[in-house]
Design a protein around this ligand. Structure first.
Ligand SMILES: [Zn+2]
Length: 202
């Protein structure tokens, strides 16, 4: 079973966990079995109601998080915290997007007492990954992680695999070659292990 732990709206599939960046995507995402509704990086307070409604109906929450390439970090933090509380209240996975803000993101996860989360597209340090896992979360690696300094150490940890691409044929090709490279390198069936880890919480 090859399952993409993080993809975006494209062809309809049961083999990917679809994340969104805006509540405007809610209608098109509703066709998928595994889905999350998110608001990054410029979500507004008004959208929190929609997130809550989605969580109540079984959706997971994300992408949410912090992105230093965008303005108003205090505003992003407030929305991030409120979104985490929604995920927590309904026992949903928080799908975390974080750019140049790993330390701050971990602090917020700790302060909000969130232990069901995926740090998607992870390219941070080995220490950050360990801390995320220690908190109860998971890290998810896309092929971009190969360029990270920590890559060799990261693949010794448990992790999910993802493409962060639109669901479809190309996405599945990328996922399959990513899985082959990782499995050859580690001697473990990474795709199988990733699906086992994720299936328990989806
Ligand atoms: Zn994404």
């Amino acid at each position: 079973m090859l399952f993409d732990a993080h993809a975006h709206i494209g062809s309809i599939t049961d083999s990917a966990f679809i994340a969104t960046a805006s509540t405007a995507e809610m209608e098109s995402a509703s066709c998928y079995i595994y889905k999350a509704l998110g608001i990054i990086p410029e979500g507004t307070e008004r959208e929190l109601d929609k997130l809550e409604r989605a969580a109540k109906c079984g959706w997971h929450i994300g992408e949410i998080g912090l992105d230093k390439r965008f303005p108003d970090i205090p505003g992003q933090e407030a929305i991030f915290r409120a979104s985490l509380q929604i995920a927590k209240r309904y026992g949903r996975i928080a799908v975390i997007h974080t750019v140049r803000a790993y330390g701050r993101t971990l602090d917020i996860l700790k302060e909000e007492g969130v232990d069901k989360f995926i740090m998607h597209g992870f390219t941070g340090s080995y220490e950050t990954a360990l801390e995320a896992i220690r908190l109860g979360g998971m890290i998810s690696l896309s092929p971009r992680a190969e360029a990270a300094k920590s890559f060799d150490k990261l693949i010794a940890l448990p992790f999910l695999i993802e493409t962060d691409m639109k669901a479809g044929k190309e996405e599945m090709d990328v996922l399959s070659s990513w899985n082959e490279r990782l499995s050859k390198r580690t001697g473990i069936d990474i795709g199988e292990r990733s699906w086992k880890m994720l299936r328990e919480v989806l």
